[in-house]
Design a protein around this ligand. Structure first.
Ligand SMILES: NC(=O)c1ccc[n+]([C@@H]2O[C@H](COP(=O)([O-])OP(=O)(O)OC[C@H]3O[C@@H](n4cnc5c(N)ncnc54)[C@H](OP(=O)(O)O)[C@@H]3O)[C@@H](O)[C@H]2O)c1
Length: 297
């Protein structure tokens, strides 16, 4: 029996999942959409017919949905219809097919489900109150999954990083690395805070929860909360760049962007307790990224 279907296998988290399945010797297949560059199948998750046909034919035991819409929260804010179709309706297509074959579905959600006004870390049972459309549509997808499926895993995360030279979506580490390599100035906000989360940890958590048949909603973020400017300095230092071209952005810029909380901290203690899991420290995660960069060159 096929164990894993990874939807979005050539994305940041998807690549980590496929490597982990390979390493663990478990059967898997993956899908991509526009970038036909890895082994896998082309599947557009916004077509219910295609999604259902694909899943019912292969009947995987676990489905990890890590497809993402390019452009992040800003794109969703300006393209609401497309965002709803992708983040909500397509998730429902996958969820309905998963239910038909009794598969577990893993879904990645976001810390943007919260407004950031709480003075202490957010727990899983805190009430969401998203400020932007991306957060709103993620909450709707979460609620649908919770109300429809028994075998679901929702992993709320943020600031995911990993070495992914082929990335086309906003990936903070790769964006900064490219700018540093091109000697281009890079303005980074110090007013935005978050917990950098190593993509490999998110893959490991998904696979471990699936294998232990543990379902539910978990906050899955790295342990350290820091602002993007400090985070950028750590990345540049690990990759042996200076900070000369790094500019601190202290205030929100004028251009229209999705409203976002300046700081949200997710409490990751439930997941740590349930799985006895240790998130990579920032230094450990960056060390792995650096080693991957070296081995690729
Ligand atoms: N990255 C973060 O910081 C972060 C933070 C919070 C939550 N998340 C969530 O984590 C999940 C994975 O994010 P990621 O950053 O790993 O993604 P990513 O690197 O942007 O990869 C996106 C993947 O989705 C695929 N895809 C795009 N459009 C598709 C479509 N219409 N049908 C099927 N596949 C499609 C892409 O395939 P092609 O490239 O071939 O088109 C690619 O494999 C998403 O749900 C995201 O919301 C991410």
């Amino acid at each position: 029996m096929l164990q894993y279907l990874i939807i979005g296998c050539n994305g940041l988290i998807g690549r980590k999942l496929s490597s982990l399945c390979e390493k663990n010797g478990v059967s898997w297949i993956g899908t991509f959409n526009k970038r036909n560059e890895t082994e896998g199948f082309c599947l557009d998750i916004t077509s219910e017919t295609d999604v259902r046909g694909f899943i019912l034919e292969r009947k995987p035991r676990y489905i990890v949905h890590c497809a993402n819409l390019s452009g992040g929260a800003n794109f969703c804010e300006k393209n609401r219809h497309e965002a709803e179709k992708f983040h909500l309706h397509a998730t429902q297509f996958i969820g309905r097919a998963a239910k038909e074959i009794d598969a577990t579905l893993v879904f990645y959600s976001s810390d943007y489900v919260f407004d950031g006004k709480k003075n202490s870390p957010y727990c899983e049972n805190d009430e969401p109150n998203p400020l932007n459309y991306y957060g709103k549509i993620k909450v709707e997808a979460e609620n649908w999954l919770k109300g429809t499926l028994e075998k679901y895993v929702i992993l709320r995360t943020t600031n995911v990083y990993g070495w992914d030279p082929k990335t086309v979506t906003p990936n903070f580490l790769m964006g900064l690395y490219r700018k540093a390599q091109e000697n281009t100035e890079c303005a980074v906000p110090s007013y935005l805070w978050g917990n950098p989360t190593y993509a490999g940890d998110l893959a490991e958590i998904a696979v471990t929860l699936c294998e232990k048949e543990i379902h539910g909603l978990f906050h899955t973020v790295g342990d350290v909360n820091l602002n993007r400017y400090e985070w950028a300095k750590m990345i540049l230092s690990k990759f042996n760049f200076t900070n000369e071209l790094l500019a601190e952005q202290k205030k929100i810029q004028e251009k229209i962007e999705a409203p976002r909380p300046s700081a949200i901290i997710l409490d990751n203690s439930l997941l740590k307790k349930v799985l006895n899991f240790n998130f990579k420290s920032i230094d450990e995660g960056l060390e792995i990224c650096f080693a991957e960069r070296i081995s690729a060159s």
